[in-house]
Design a protein around this ligand. Structure first.
Ligand code: TYM
Length: 335
């Protein structure tokens, strides 16, 4: 019993939707946390590409599998390691995860799901796509996490409402059916909220022009940064919102806090030359993602290896997932 509890305490699960190649928000808000936990021997890490989640908003069935594979390769390129972690594509465990998400839906009320801010946002974004899959999205995510009895989830701050649901589901399943799901908490990184390049909101795959992708070259990064809004570069007080703050946030994330302070001082003295700031920032961003791009080029030379790793990940993660689903079925009187 003691051993079982110890193992449960340290499991980690995280996922990303294959709605496009990864951007700096995904990298700083999620992947960095995944890497930290993967390299900490106290944790047992499982990561997935959540392609079933991608079907809850408009998508192209013809390209979904290729996109899932692309994100799987991005995972390996940023340093997730199939030797240290189980890394799989969600639909390879579709039988288990969709099953579990249905079981857990019996403990959550419709009203609770309808009032989630993330559901309301998606309703606004896709008014013609307000379907049951979208309403169930957080329960599918809870199933991802609970299936591995994970207690730590490395995700950006935008996922907090979903984690709250996962905790509620865990609590209710434990109370009603005598299960032992840990209540999962978020593992935060310094980049838990990466702003959009457009001056407001967060960096997002679905907002055109808001993001820098991990696949962007120096020229593209600079072009994108040049489009981000600024001001005269000089004033009595450093602004607290808008494009300038976002740029300074990027400076902090990629060049360090000292550089940010340096620019803040310039703002209230001789003034910031944004052309120089953006050039330096573009170089710092590119320096960080260049090794990721190089690793990807290497990985793409060996498609058989990728196939093998996808298969291995599914096999490894299925072992624990199957155990959990069996346990839930038993507790719910289904076997
Ligand atoms: P998704 O695919 O939208 O994003 C993947 C991860 O990237 C983080 N992220 C950000 N972090 C900081 N700043 C940003 N601008 C930014 N944009 C995205 C997200 O917080 C996320 O960690 N519901 C999840 C996918 C999911 C999942 C799971 C995550 C499904 N099942 C189980 C963890 C565990 C989502 O839509 O992420």
């Amino acid at each position: 019993m003691f051993l079982k509890k110890e193992i449960m305490k340290n499991r980690v699960l995280a996922g990303m939707r294959p709605t496009g190649r990864l951007h700096l928000g995904n990298y700083l808000g999620a992947a960095k946390g995944m890497l930290t936990l993967q390299d900490n021997p106290e944790f047992d890490t499982t990561f997935c590409v959540v392609d079933i989640h991608a079907t809850t908003t408009p998508y192209d069935p013809k390209t979904l599998q290729a996109s899932a594979r692309d994100v799987f390769i991005d995972y390996l390129s940023v340093g997730l390691d199939p030797e240290k972690s189980s890394i799989f594509i969600q639909s390879d465990l579709a039988d288990l995860v969709t099953q579990l998400s249905f079981y857990v839906s019996s403990v959550m009320s419709v009203a609770r799901m309808q009032h989630l801010p993330t559901f309301k946002d998606k309703k606004k974004q896709y008014p013609n796509n307000v379907n049951m899959a979208l309403l169930n999205y957080p329960l599918l995510m809870a199933a991802d996490i609970l299936m591995f009895k994970a207690s730590k989830v490395p995700v950006g701050i935008d996922q907090e409402p979903h984690l709250e649901v996962a905790r509620e589901v865990a609590r209710k399943m434990n109370e009603q059916f005598g299960l032992d799901f840990p209540e999962p908490t978020r593992f935060a990184t310094v980049g838990e909220y990466v702003p959009s390049l457009l001056g407001e909101g967060k960096m997002s795959k679905t907002v055109e022009g808001s993001s820098i992708e991990l696949s962007d070259n120096l020229d593209t990064i600079l072009k994108k940064l040049k489009r981000s809004p600024t001001d005269s570069g000089h004033g009595d007080k450093v602004p607290t919102e808008g494009g300038v703050v976002n740029l300074l946030k990027f400076v902090e994330l990629f060049e360090g806090e000292e550089s940010r302070k340096h620019y803040e001082k310039l703002y209230t003295s001789s003034g910031i030359r944004y052309g120089d700031l953006k050039q330096q920032l573009a170089e710092a961003i590119f320096a960080e993602i260049k090794p990721i791009q190089e690793k990807r080029v290497e990985l793409e030379k060996n498609p058989e290896y990728i196939d093998k790793m996808i298969e291995l990940g599914a096999k490894k993660s299925r072992i624990i997932a199957e155990q959990t689903v069996m346990e839930v079925k038993k507790s719910m009187g289904l076997s």
